[in-house]
Design a protein around this ligand. Structure first.
Ligand code: GLY
Length: 373
């Protein structure tokens, strides 16, 4: 497949923006930002790992177009999505004299995109920001759609704002620097798109998924297709009053497992989503919504991609089923105290429901504790 640059337009009226996907976009960042915004003052929020690998290149690309941008490098990891690091970032942006006409650049994975986007949302009541996502997960999901925020001790992403970026630059080349585990975890979110709404794409992933890690053109196509699906959903339902909740396929289970493992290296977000998707399809089959063939096909593909598919794949002790169900109740997707799940009538046919048989949830959790089949 020939390597081209893709562009997906997120059509949100006054808040519309483009997501550019392709190789070399960090080197072109100055040109794209200058073309859209002119020679603004800009400030980069990043993490220590991304800064070490890519920051000098981004700053040089901006400087070549007359944009001098200082950078704040925060600690890498989910713990950075905290009040402390948010306060530190906002104070630093104020010290950099970033004003309403200036730009914040979020340069990193999902943690940095969410935190820097939220800092931009509340700084001087809203400053424009550009997402330059450096993980597969951030490129296909968190950098697009305007969800920004931090975690609370009471749960993930409970504090935040909808604040759309003004531009997203998804440089496919940076994915080469991800660890295989981080790449696989991001792939959990790619597969989610096929599972929630496009069986043809899931079939394409079954055929091409194993080659994505080494074929940049296939990888770019997977990112493009995922972003196009996300843009379509966000355009229909920007603030998650309805259809956008489909993007949470696998997340009710996944967030409970992430919480149970302390948001640590024991289970990365995309791994939790992979197990969560398997559980959502198992639950759907158990409730008679789809045939057993669907969850078997989901688990077979995710396992072939090296992802965990069962609770038993998570190392170490976990809380019991009642505690996991209680953690699901902490999720912000709970409406009027009813657990809300994304279930499926088949691959690519997901829907949101609060009509879930809790006994079936218990059976699915118990069955999933057994480890890989
Ligand atoms: N990551 C889910 C969403 O953006 O709605």
């Amino acid at each position: 497949m020939k390597m081209t640059q893709h562009s997906v337009h997120v059509d949100l009226g006054a808040r519309a923006y483009d997501v550019l996907i392709g190789p070399g976009l960090i080197a072109q960042a100055g040109a794209h930002i200058h073309r859209l915004f002119g020679r603004r003052r800009a400030a980069i929020v990043t993490d220590a790992t991304v800064a070490g690998l890519h920051l000098a290149r981004l700053q040089a690309a901006l400087r070549a177009h007359g944009i001098e941008a200082e950078a704040l490098a925060l600690p890498a990891g989910e713990a950075t999505k905290s009040w402390d690091q948010l306060g530190r970032s906002v104070e630093w942006l104020l010290a950099q004299r970033i004003g309403r006409q200036d730009l914040v650049i979020a340069f990193g994975g999902g943690v940095i995109g969410d935190l820097a986007g939220f800092a931009a949302a509340i700084l001087r009541r809203g400053v424009r920001f550009v997402q330059i996502p450096t993980s597969l997960l951030a490129q296909v999901d968190s950098s697009v759609g305007g969800k920004t925020g931090i975690n609370s001790p009471q749960g993930k992403n409970l504090i935040g704002a909808f604040h759309q970026p003004s531009l997203v630059l998804a440089d496919i080349d940076v994915l080469d620097t991800l660890t295989p585990r981080d790449f696989r975890a991001g792939y959990g979110e790619v597969a989610k798109y096929g599972l929630l709404g496009d069986e043809g794409f899931f079939g394409w992933l079954e055929a091409n998924g194993p080659a994505l890690a080494r074929d940049p053109a296939l990888r770019a196509e997977a990112v493009r297709h995922s972003v196009a699906m996300k843009a379509d959903i966000v355009q229909r339902d920007e603030t998650e009053q309805g259809d956008r909740a489909l993007l949470n396929l696998g997340h009710t289970f996944g967030h409970a497992l992430e919480s149970a493992t302390g948001y640590s290296d024991r289970l990365l977000h995309g791994e939790g989503v992979a197990i969560g998707c398997c559980l959502a399809f198992e639950l759907s089959a158990r409730m008679g919504l789809c045939s057993q063939e669907s969850p078997s096909r989901v688990a077979a593909h995710l396992a072939a991609m090296g992802l965990p598919t069962r609770i038993g794949d998570i190392a170490g002790d976990l809380p019991d089923d009642e505690a996991l169900i209680a953690l699901m109740g902490q999720d912000k997707k709970v409406l009027d105290d009813r657990l809300r799940f994304v279930l499926a009538r088949g691959i690519g046919q997901s829907f949101v429901t609060d009509q879930v048989d809790i006994d079936a949830v218990r059976q699915v959790l118990a069955q999933s504790r057994g480890g890989r089949r």
